[in-house]
Design a protein around this ligand. Structure first.
Ligand SMILES: [Zn+2]
Length: 178
C-alpha cells in the first residue's frame, strides 16, 4: 500500500482494529519515508457468482433460491431451519472464495448433497431425486446404495464435506493477520 502523501511503498502498521462489526480490519499505518500516518481497511472480497444452468443460460447466484430447494428437501425431517441457513452460508462462502466466478448448477447441487448426506437421509434422497432427475427405480436404488456404502465412514466424511468452507475461513484468518 503506497503512502498517499509521498507514494513510498513501505510502511509499518501502528495499530490493527476490528471495524464495521467485525466485517473489516482497520489499520493505522506510518510511512517509512515521510513518517506521515494513514488508515487502510481490509475486507473479504465479495464478487457476484454466476451460475451456469443446464439450459446453458446464466444467472447470478441466488441464495434464497438455493435455500428454498434445501427447505423443500428437509420438510418434516426435523432438521432445524438455522442448520439449513448455515448450509447455504457455507456453500456461498465456498463459491465466493474460488478463483473461478462461474459455477455449474449441477455442481452446486452436488455441494448441497454433500451437506445433506451428513445431515439427514430422507432429505438427501429427496434432494438427489430432484437434482439428479431420477428416471426410474434404478436411479433411486443407485442413490440408496451410494448412501449405504458411504454410511459407515459418515462421521469421518463429514469434516471433509465441510473442508472447503473451513479452508476459506482459515485463509480469511491468515489474511487478516498479514
Ligand atoms: Zn510517505
Amino acid at each position: 500500500m503506497r503512502c498517499p502523501f509521498c507514494q513510498f511503498p513501505d510502511n509499518r502498521v501502528l495499530e490493527s482494529r476490528s471495524a464495521e462489526s467485525g466485517h473489516s480490519v482497520r489499520r493505522r499505518r506510518e510511512c517509512l519515508r515521510c513518517s506521515r500516518r494513514f488508515t487502510t481497511y481490509e475486507r473479504i472480497e465479495f464478487v457476484p457468482v454466476v451460475v451456469l444452468k443446464k439450459s446453458g443460460e446464466r444467472e447470478s447466484f441466488d441464495r434464497s433460491k438455493l435455500l428454498q430447494g434445501i427447505v423443500a428437501a428437509c420438510e418434516k425431517t426435523g432438521v432445524a431451519p438455522a442448520k439449513l441457513e448455515s448450509i447455504v452460508d457455507e456453500i456461498e462462502a465456498e463459491l465466493q472464495q474460488r478463483s473461478v466466478r462461474e459455477v455449474a448448477s449441477s455442481e452446486i447441487g452436488e455441494l448441497v448433497l454433500q451437506h445433506l448426506q451428513a445431515l439427514n437421509e430422507v432429505a438427501y434422497i429427496r434432494f438427489a431425486s430432484i437434482h439428479r432427475q431420477f428416471k426410474g427405480i434404478r436411479d433411486f436404488v443407485e442413490t440408496l446404495n451410494h448412501l449405504q456404502n458411504t454410511a459407515e465412514p459418515a462421521a469421518d466424511a463429514a469434516p471433509e464435506a465441510y473442508a472447503p468452507a473451513d479452508r476459506a475461513a482459515a485463509e480469511t484468518a491468515s489474511m487478516s493477520h498479514s
